[in-house]
Design a protein. Sequence first.
Length: 366
Amino acid sequence: EQVEVKEEARQSLFARLAGIFRFNVKKADSESPVEIESENEVQEVVQEEKIPTLPADVIFAEIGNQLRERRELISLTIDEVERHTKLRTAFVKALEEGAFDKLPSPVQTRGMLLNYATFLDLDGDAILLRFADALQARRREKYVETPREKIQTQVTTSIPLLRTFIAGDLIFGLVMIALLVTLAIWGVGRVVSLQEEQDVEPTVIPFVDVFNEPSPTPSPELTFVAVDDPSIITPEIGDASLTLEAPTVSIDANVVVNLFALERVFVRISVDGEVAFEGRLAPRETKVFQAENQVVVLTGDGSALRVTYNGRDLGLMGGAGEVVNRVYLVTGVATPTATIPPTPTNTPLTTPTVTPSVTPTATVSQ
């Protein structure tokens, strides 16, 4: 009896395992009909979607036949329909023929159709729904949908390797940031350079000392007029004790004048009797003139020109707004004096006098 109990226990263990396996199989079998039913429903829906609808022209023709049959059934003519419904004969014929394209617009066609169906004692709502189906069919015919399978075949699932690391928006953003930084650096450098140029004070350009020979002694025939500017030293010829502090000059040029413009000013420079420059000098502009005998400088604003004569800084030519005319000679600086031209005298004109002439007379002899 104990052995039988052990065998029964062993059989019960295998029986339990078999029962669990059978239970899972039954459960799967019980679930499979539900899945099959759901798949069938999906297939039915797909089949319903794939059922082609009637063309729009066929639906329009059905609506027109229904209207015409109803009118003929109640023995009405088109003229009587026009008189009662206020619809034109052409529109009534178009409705019965199904030629809805000849009617003005879908909205007006819907109103005419409802009015005519109501007059014929038909179900207006059903006819309007049928008309809507025809419009939908016409739209599907005009805009044919692309099959889904073709769309899926056209889609490329592969993404370029570069796009996975760097996006187009990121590249565009980096380029714009670099451009903005470059513009900012350039703008700051431009502002700093302009400020440095404004802060620079005008300095006298040093004249190169290339003159080795002394200037010739002043001639006693030259006469000088004193200059009002105290910074300019003018020698007196009559005094033998005073000598000019003339710089050394080269053989080619005895007089060297360097003009530095502090402001915009008009000048006229004559070198040895010929006009070398006539115009306006810009601020910080420098002009150098060399002559054998003299350099004449005429300016409209003495405070706008700084003169260096034979290597000596003579300072400003004059005061603000002062018209200054200076002659820079080998012997020094002079101011030309105006000479008064002689006044012409009117001499009386001589009037010719008439001299009498003797006329001979004839004598008669007796």
